[in-house]
Write a protein that binds this ligand. Structure first.
Ligand SMILES: Cc1cc2nc3c(=O)[nH]c(=O)nc-3n(C[C@H](O)[C@H](O)[C@H](O)COP(=O)(O)OP(=O)(O)OC[C@H]3O[C@@H](n4cnc5c(N)ncnc54)[C@H](O)[C@@H]3O)c2cc1C
Ligand code: FES
Length: 271
């Protein structure tokens, strides 16, 4: 439960309201191992503690990377931190994306907005052992072109011949030459085998609900779909009950669930 001090190595503005913060693990640990999809509790001293998924490369545990959207007091205070400042870290916590289970299958990744950040470690892990997987498809939707995260990296991935990258925006200005429309419009035409593919979905809840419906229309079974859920958290270790989603505790049973496990509660809005 005690936060471990980490020094800020650097911060980088990704979009108007989103930044990436890179932390240096203390001498005693030297490395911050995590599984793709897991999160840490980040404590800005004097302001508060919030759950944030790790967005870095699991093969590079020498620095701990998170990508954060500024929405309130703690995330704003985090953005104000400078190189050398200290942040408290508890974790990593929670379940992870099933990259091992996906071996030998097509992998489909559906991300909305900041939802690409928790999925990026899974992409790194799959690309590190690319030959073990079938087709790899990334579908990413944001509100506007200015909200696209990791733009340079997406361009590099798009240039690869072993990864299909589809990016779409809800609204665009005249200079945008890419797709316009919600991410669900890409699902019917993307190339993957719906009978065997493993699908990972992360984004706003409404986007995840519609993506799941569209995936089901393509013939993907709900036991092939994994989603990442978000609830307010306090302890992150299954004690306080703040994060309950029906019978599940998002902090310890989640945040990533196979969809058939949470379907009944997930379908209820505002639960
Ligand atoms: C497992 C997990 C992983 C997360 N990963 C990331 C991540 O990688 N990057 C990132 O930017 N954010 C992530 N979040 C969300 C992040 O924890 C919240 O944005 C943060 O707690 C807001 O804190 P704040 O003090 O800045 O804002 P607050 O002042 O607490 O809230 C500002 C606004 O955000 C809303 N809000 C607060 N917490 C949440 C939440 N958990 N879910 C939805 N809305 C919320 C409030 O209702 C309010 O409208 C994650 C949340 C969970 C549970
Ligand atoms: S955050 Fe306390 S039980 Fe999950």
């Amino acid at each position: 439960m005690t936060p471990v001090f980490h020094r800020v190595l650097r911060t980088r503005q990704e979009t108007r309201d989103t930044f990436t913060i890179e932390l240096e693990p203390p001498e005693s640990t030297r490395a911050s191992r995590f599984a793709p999809g897991q999160f840490n509790m980040l404590y800005v001293f004097g302001t508060g503690e919030v759950p944030i998924s790790v967005s870095g490369n699991p093969a590079r545990p020498q620095s701990l990377v998170h990508t954060v959207r500024e929405v309130g007091a703690v995330t704003r205070a985090m953005r104000a931190l400078k190189r050398g400042d200290v942040l408290g870290v508890r974790g990593p916590f929670g379940s992870s994306w099933p990259v091992e289970e996906a071996v030998g299958r097509d992998v489909v990744i559906v991300a909305g907005g900041i939802g690409l950040a928790p999925l990026r470690p899974a992409l790194y892990a799959i690309m590190a052992e690319r030959e073990k997987y079938g087709r790899l498809v990334l579908m990413y939707g944001t509100r506007t072109p200015d909200d696209i995260l990791f733009r340079k990296e997406l361009e590099r991935w798009r240039a690869r011949l072993d990864l299909s990258v589809h990016v779409t925006v809800d609204r665009a200005m005249a200079s945008w030459r890419g797709s316009v429309g919600v991410v669900t419009t890409i699902i019917p035409r993307a190339h993957f085998d719906p009978r065997t593919a493993l699908v990972m979905v992360c984004g706003p809840e409404a986007m995840m609900r519609f993506s799941i419906l569209e995936l089901q229309n393509r013939g993907v079974g709900i036991d092939q779909i994994y989603v990442s859920t978000e609830r307010n958290m306090k302890c992150a270790i299954g004690f306080c009950g703040h994060c309950q989603l029906g019978p599940e505790f998002v902090c310890k049973d989640g945040p990533i669930f196979r969809y058939d496990r949470i379907q009944r509660t997930f379908e209820i809005r505002e639960i």
